[in-house]
Design a protein around this ligand. Structure first.
Ligand code: ADP
Ligand code: MG
Length: 264
């Protein structure tokens, strides 16, 4: 190695060691730019560190979104509030700011199938990721399956620790499938641990009166509702299914002559 190369080689080695990949990539081209601009040394260093910081924030936001395991990426921009007037738009927009997470408050989204609960839950959770929060999206049945699989002591602790590290745990589709006794107890445990520690966001197609049927025990359901609904924002959608509406619109376009006259 020639003497001239030595500082460069060492610099690259240190930048790698310090985990500064953007500075490693940019230090040479940025030096050329700064030389052309006649920028001072601190300006050069400032520009490099700024890039590293921005890239790091971008990388960690991407990692948080990946870790959250969203079933589909939905944002608020594509949600049509006019199509679902029963949803409190003002409340949704307020919740997008994420202050409920600092206060460890919960969100419940209740409504029939197709009314946009999963869409809104994803959009809210995505916004939480963008604000630097650790989020995890589970369907209720998916989480129960994972819990049952992890029942062996050591793995259960591991999963519970993972869940406790979250700022926001999304439980989608409560009520579609009833649980086994063991399943509801395991879920109850997760919800109890989250109580006043992490925020929960639960979507359900069931009104509260029917939750007992899913959990199989009135006592458990009472205790659970008590924990979830204490410090909770409720979003209710009681409109028509968005999918159904779109399908109706499409068929109307395709065959206007076949339209039911009573529907006009
Ligand atoms: P739910 O979870 O309540 O069953 P989803 O959120 O899965 O309903 O909504 C079903 C589909 O319709 C999704 O593709 C969703 O993006 C879309 N959708 C529902 N409501 C709206 C809305 N108000 N504006 C735009 N898209 C919507
Ligand atoms: Mg859904």
């Amino acid at each position: 190695m020639s003497e001239k190369d030595k500082p460069t080689v060492l610099l690259e080695y240190y930048l790698k060691k310090l985990r500064l990949p953007t500075m490693l990539r940019e230090y040479a081209p940025m030096a050329a730019v700064c030389q052309k601009d006649r920028a001072a040394f601190p300006t050069y260093l400032l520009r490099l560190t700024e890039r590293e910081l921005l890239d790091r924030e971008k990388r960690s936001a991407e990692r948080r979104v990946k870790d959250a395991n969203f079933p589909v990426l939905k944002t608020i921009d594509t949600f049509d509030f006019k199509a679902q007037p029963s949803i409190n738009e003002q409340l949704v927009r307020e919740l997008m700011r994420g202050e409920y997470i600092d206060k460890r408050e919960n969100i419940l989204l209740i409504g029939n199938s197709g009314t946009g609960k999963t869409h809104l839950a994803s959009a809210l959770a995505f916004s939480a990721c963008a604000h630097g929060r650790k989020v995890r999206f589970h369907t209720v049945t998916g989480l129960i399956t994972a819990l049952v699989e992890c029942r062996e002591e050591r793995r259960m602790q591991q999963l519970q620790k993972q869940l406790q590290r979250l700022h926001l745990l999304v439980l989608d589709e409560l009520g579609y499938v009833p649980f086994s006794k063991a399943g509801s107890e395991l879920l109850f445990e997760v919800i109890s641990r989250a109580y006043e520690q992490n925020s929960l966001m639960v979507t359900s197609n069931l009104p509260f009166e029917e939750w007992t049927e899913v959990f199989g025990s009135e006592r458990l359901t009472g205790a659970l509702l008590d924990r979830i609904t204490h410090r909770c924002h409720i979003l209710e959608a009681n409109g028509e299914s968005y999918r159904l509406r779109q399908a109706k619109k499409r068929s109307k376009h395709r065959s206007p002559q076949k339209q039911d006259p009573k529907q006009k």
